[in-house]
Design a protein around this ligand. Sequence first.
Ligand code: ACO
Length: 315
Amino acid sequence: IQFTPAKSLCRSTNPSSDYLTLTNPDPVLIFVIFFSFVGFSYCRQKSRFPRGFVGNSSMEELKISSRPSICFRPINPSDLERLEQIHRDIFPIRYESEFFQNVVNGGDILSWAAVDRSRPDGLSDELIGFVTAKIGPAKETEISDLIRYNSCKGEETLVYILTLGVVESYRKRGIAKLLIKEVIKYASSIPVCRGVYLHVIAHNSPAIRLYKRMSFRCVRRLHGFYIINGQHFDSFLFVYFINGSRSPCSPFDLVVFVLNYMRSGIKSVASRLTMKHEEKGLKWIKCKDITRCLLPTQTKRNLASERVSSGYDYV
Ligand code: ACO
């Protein structure tokens, strides 16, 4: 917008120029423009907060046919760019390219892509949602105490959901639910697999509602689990028990559960104190933006601290 001392708001008469020219500006008009600009800047500022986790996406609005035809397939190398873009748009933390390479090349990460076959050619195979997961020994996880073991069956495993996302225009259509179902179906097909679990940031209500609706159980609240831009955020740990595993319900199990709950409470108080102590010693770090990149070997938890180690590789 150019301001020039002429009469009214009009298009520039210069055909080669596409600028809107504001001439002899009316004070009311200036007032309106000024406050529109302030309002716009404010909205942009707000959207910088890690709201990706609660479902705000800067992604383009996709045109959806009245009858989308959603299909699921594994993620492959041609999805690389799109996968990176969606992660960038909906998560407040950055993932290393090594993580994406691992997903698209089917390394040790499992993945499911959602696509809408009713989209026009060229887009009918483009990702509109995804879930990535990893399988590992149950005994090495932080929920090993909640699993019922059966030594004759071999080493028990658990599936950990790393990332789940659906582009904004396709939300509230049950796509995430179907993606999670795919993971549960896969996990249930492995006789030694005892469950599916995940972490979710405590203020992510849409995701929390989804997991609860799908019968995941919230087994723990982890204080200060995430550090995003220098701020601490709690997370919930959700588990879906399968193949004869279950959450505790016998009297003995309940006692073990209560003891573990108390232990994790004490740990989290201790870790909070440690955190405060560390913060005191490291105040100077706060002047830097410490949004970090994640390696596949780093965990959401590692973002928060390295205090508890499980031997699992989370992102
Ligand atoms: N018509 C109307 N509403 C519907 C329909 C339908 N056909 N199908 C489902 N819904 C409703 C559900 O009831 C649910 O409502 P509720 O939130 O009021 O309970 C809502 O739509 C969402 O359910 P889904 O459609 O299954 O989920 P969606 O595809 O919208 O994806 C997700 C949910 C993944 C949380 C999405 O919001 C997202 O991508 N958010 C940003 C990234 C994110 O937060 N990811 C999870 C982080 S945790 C992790 O990665 C381990």
